[in-house]
Design a protein around this ligand. Sequence first.
Ligand SMILES: [Zn+2]
Ligand SMILES: [Zn+2]
Length: 465
Amino acid sequence: MSINIKFIGAVRTVTGSMHLVQNGHSNLLIDCGLFQGHREEAFKRNSDFPFDPATLQGLVLSHAHIDHSGNIPNLVKHGFEARIHSTKATADLCSAMLPDSGHIQEEDIKFVNKIHRKKGLPPRKPLYTRVDADRSLEHLSGHPYRKRFEICDNTALTLYDAGHVLGSSIPLIEIKDNGTTCRIAYVVDLGRKNLPILKDPETPPGIDYMFLESTYGGRLHDSVGETDDRLARIVNRTMERGGRIIIPSFALERTQEIVYHLGQLTHEERIPDVPIFVDSPLAVNITDVFRRHPECFDEEMCRLLEEGNDPLGCERIEYITDVERSKSLNRDDRPMIIISASGMCEAGRILHHLKNNIEDPKNTVLVIGYMAKHTLGRRIVERHEEVKIFGQKYSLRAEVQVMNAFSAHADRNEILEYVQPFKDKLKRIFIVHGDEDQSEKLRDLLNEKGFPAYLPEPGEEIELS
Ligand SMILES: [Zn+2]
Ligand SMILES: [Zn+2]
């Protein structure tokens, strides 16, 4: 018997994580993420699966980010009947995030169909609906960290902490075959040491094969200490101009982290006490999930909570769910900070805030997360003079600042440090989850250092020896 890996998604690109592990006993899927990018290409890639979902014995889900979990409702719609294994926090986060994604799919298709109608094209159905998403939640099984359990015949799973977002894990899959055991670790995505709120990434013991992310495989982040200084400078400069700061943020983790940093800076009186809004119903629900999972918090976070601090800004910051309240922010001309989803500016309320604020040079757009190619977020990062929002052109006159130090992904040196203990032990490292240039840089660097790193092609199948 042999074990085969098929690299389906997030290969030589960042989004759409999905890989198939096949052997004589089982077909397992690792992650079932949404590919994000050009609308047409995304629709095509996300619609169908290059395997029959009904033949899967399980789905191993690393974490709740939509590029890892977002195509689950569609997988279930296509006949998946097995269980989805993740940590408990990831399962709870998915319960908030997948229905929200279903809603986004429905809204997006309304917009597409408006254009289709004008062009005389037939209407299109959404990839999945909120109802599909609700249905898929029944398949979720939440597990504790570091507890080994059988997921199907001869296959066991243990989830280690990835230190990337709440509930994120490094799944270790052990497949028994003819008296030997093949151990595959999925280090996608890998977090960083000393991130606020979360514990540091763990290293699973005795790995033969490793999937390794490469989002920042060729780049370095600013240090965390410099981050607070820079954030304070950006806030102070914008407030002195009487402007607003618009922060497109991922509802998961990034929002809670930026709130944490802004809270500390206000507390230390390094920035003025200006109104801060988190305008995203999803972020509100997710912050609730954070409160229910203190087992995921690091010591510092536990200490702040014990001392009666408010690290998630539940009392100090206004969390907005209501649409009318969200709209009213546009009529309020005070300097303020608005944190809103979605992170890559492809959907959600952030679009309204950008539309209303990016033409005014007093304002600042502060980018704190990764922006995939062909997204509005990437065009803002690249400072295009004009950007399209809801089909209309707007001049980008606001200041644009990018702070990668808020990244929840390990950078080049952090990845190297992480893999070091596995030197001479790994049979192969599969580089995934990165733009092609970053993946190539990481592969070359690892090979130079004596690691057996390999960068697969999309759709490539490899037999493990
Ligand atoms: Zn992630
Ligand atoms: Zn990811």
